[in-house]
Design a protein around this ligand. Sequence first.
Ligand code: TLP
Length: 583
Amino acid sequence: MIKSKKIDSFFKRKACEEDDKNITSTLSEPEKCVEQQRSEEKEKQLSKVPRLTDNEFEIERDPGKRPPIWQYPPDQVDEIRRAYLKCGPYQNFLEHYPFSGKDDRQRRFQYTWFCLFPSWLEYSPSKDAAYCLPCYLFSKKPSGRPGSDVFIATGFRNWKKVRNGKKCAFLTHTGKDPCSSHNNALKACQDLLNQNGHIRNVFPVQSSNQLMKNRLCLKTSIDTKMATRTVDLRSDTVTKPTEAMRTAMANADVDDDVLGHDPTCFRLETEMAKIMGKEAALFVPSGTMANLISVLVHCDIRGSEVILGDNSHIHIYENGGIATIGGVHPRTVRNNEDGTMDIDLIEAAIRNPNLELIYPTTRLICLENTHGNSGGRCLSVEYTERVGEVAKKHGLKLHIDGARIFNASVALGVPVDRLVQAADSVSVCLSKGLGAPVGSVIVGSSSFIAKARRLRKTLGGGMRQVGILCAAALVALQDIVGELESDHKKARTLADGLNQIKGLRVDTSSVETNIVYIEIKEGSGTTAAKLSKDLENYGVLLMPLGSSKIRVVFHHQISDSDVQYALSCFQQAVNGVGNENGN
Ligand code: TLP
């Protein structure tokens, strides 16, 4: 993978340019003479730098000599910005640049860049460097991060290095993203120059009639916004990629992953294996395929049986794929309300290998953590380890459907690798609470993942430039895992609020993570289907289950005010009255 360079690296000065004094001290007499001529020439150039007095402001044309914009008094800074914009960026004539190279060549190359970016690129004669005017005008106190502050490109004489297209420092500075800090600064400049439409300038010229009309318009647009507000609680699968994800996707370094060469996919798989404490990882299109592949790799001998919960996702919602596609026989054990299966029931379900003439052969136990149909409840390390011991004792493998394993890890306060230590394989969804648009990852031993890779191809899950998807997933790991705790908090707030509404009930003790199951009490006068429909009219989306149960799932795109809004809509829909707190 090619590392993208920071802007500074394009402008590293050559050692010989580092210190002009050092250079002169090592020069011969004739060379010193030339050098002196040059510096006199430079001084002359500087004296030519125009200075402009605009009312009280003296505009310093040389960007290398200006004080930082944020040092000006806040009430004057816009006027100063406007004055600078009126002058435009300071650029040099070709003949005014100091010559470069031993044979005193003109700086045509550098000059060309100024012609290419006439609206923002500036030249500083005193520093012999390039600057960006809009970025200067809207710079904040420096953050100190390299490349993130005002564009000050020193090392002017070495600019030939930027010639190769996509790594050009100037293009990198402007950025392709319309919201890059440079483009934002450009927009800010335009806004500053176009103040006619500003509300401050429009209001004073309006009659009282017009003012009243405007107020009504404003109220209508707020009402409309309320009515068109959407609070999507159907699942944590509904999130839209964040801006950071979209940017990462657009810039992802990719190659053919079926050939095993996609660098971003490699990065994600390596990272996931590390986080989960397993040898290897494999990116797959969905949680369903992740579970199917995992079960099929563990049960690759005909006549295999898997023990799994009767209320598990694999058993209920995955089209029976393990049986219809994999020929694996499911043996269900009752799921308790907390998502566990009793250990003795699991053990009792393991087939007696001596009777293989009549029984299928048990090869695998599957757990689900968090357990979706039990309201997102967490399986503890202790429980998982006890199941792992049973599996080991009988020579079986343990797979965890960890679609929401990060939610469990956060809720239990246990590192995720510890939580899955007893498992031979884990499927982890990136497109649930983590908010990535697509994908799951399977983790396990290297040999397990090698077989899984082959099966993924068989199932049509091998994808080519898949780094585009993995790039978003890497952002999800970095940005969204930290949001899960807040999702859980919001779920509890909603649960508590709903319990205050007559006709609804939530078992708050079951709300451990981001899922809330709502029960509609008998005599409430509504049903799951009707309530969902009514809430949909307010823009609150959820999932009705049966006649009296509704599921809501939280994710990072639900805000605190969404929770309050949803509560007041529930109140309104069930009881026909409501206040802002939903009480
Ligand atoms: N769950 C979806 C629906 O299918 C119910 C949801 O909205 O919760 N394991 C678990 C525990 C899951 O909850 C899901 C999806 C999957 C696997 C399957 O993942 P995908 O949808 O990516 O195939």
